[in-house]
Design a protein around this ligand. Sequence first.
Ligand SMILES: [Fe+2]
Ligand SMILES: [Fe+2]
Length: 211
Amino acid sequence: MFDTDYLSKEIEKHLTGKRLEHSLSVKDECEALADMFGVTGEDRLRLLSAAVLHDITKEIKGKAQPELLRALGVEVTPEQLASPKTLHAISGAAFALKEYPDQIDAECARLIRSHTTGRVGMTLCEKLLYLADYIEPLRTWDDCRKLRKDFYSGARKCSGTGQLMRHLDDIIIESYDMTISELISSGGVIASETVASRNDLIIARNSQNEL
Ligand SMILES: [Fe+2]
Ligand SMILES: [Fe+2]
């Protein structure tokens, strides 16, 4: 279970070129974040396994993606179908669990499932994979560079785990704002999971500020 060296070789069967490099870079980023947030033991191995596998179905394009979801027995909503960039997270979670049942568990699949849209009530490891996917150093888009800079410069100023956790939530909210703005500019569908997760984190932040 969670043999990340084995999975790092296996992923070469599914991804090529920049996507393969990105997946391994997300794993490295997750290692750095796990160190920063004190994620150890099985949780750490689960996070790194999910990082390697998170984009496992991303090279499946067009109609083949809904077809894969059907073959896997995963139902998707019209909203999810209208947001094609998010489908690989849904199919990837189910596919990885089916392909590597001895390597990953349902919790690991859930990390893969939420890596694109986020979800209400994300665990620390879900947040770390979501963030690593956004800020790993091979990402060159302006938003990714800005988020990376904002995350690390803010993290250096945090003292204690509580502050670091609040900073992580602030950065995830910032990333949602970037994603939502981009989707509004391009006329794209905004995943309701992202809107719900953003609201969830803002409500939690407001209630902490009232204490
Ligand atoms: Fe992805
Ligand atoms: Fe990714």
